[in-house]
Design a protein around this ligand. Structure first.
Ligand code: HEC
Length: 124
């Protein structure tokens, strides 16, 4: 993504948030994310791949048949892409952050807390 795209995207997002006043403020902030002492047993193989695959890639994958409005430059095709987007994935989906996936069925809190732990530990 170029800097110009990033900033116009940010402006658009801020406007949309101001207009609809919902779902834009992260409850749990990325800079306060905590990896437990001793690390995590969660890994891409035993958690991340399935979570991202079932909850996100239906819209956020370069091969997605129907992106349903998910920005074309935001795809979580592999672990590298997930790591690149860790902060945003965390603030949209981890713990108390529930704005992604957009619903109607949300992953449960335990699953979203696991996502937060996995990301906070560097998505091993
Ligand atoms: C049904 C389609 C759909 C699914 C499933 C989905 N998204 Fe999205 N996503 C969107 C749309 C539409 C947007 C653009 C509007 C917005 O930002 O709310 C978006 C935008 C985003 C953004 C960019 C905006 C930002 O906050 O930086 C991120 C990151 C994101 N989604 C993460 C996720 C994650 C993580 C998952 C899985 C847990 C997920 N999405 C699942 C449709 C989807």
């Amino acid at each position: 993504m170029t800097r110009a795209q990033t900033s116009s995207y940010g402006v658009t997002q801020a406007l949309v948030c101001a207009l609809i006043l919902q779902g834009c403020e992260a409850e749990d902030a990325w800079d306060e994310a905590i990896c437990p002492e001793g690390g995590t047993t969660l890994s891409y193989e035993n958690f991340g791949r399935d979570f991202i695959g079932s909850e996100c890639q239906t819209c956020h994958a370069s091969e997605a048949k129907e992106r349903r409005g998910a920005p074309t430059h935001i795809s979580f095709d592999d672990l590298e892409a997930v790591r690149e987007w860790s902060d945003r994935i965390y603030e949209r989906s981890a713990g108390e952050n529930v704005s992604m996936p957009p619903g109607p069925v949300d992953p449960d809190l335990a699953t979203r807390e696991a996502l937060g732990e996995w990301l906070a530990c560097g998505a091993p």
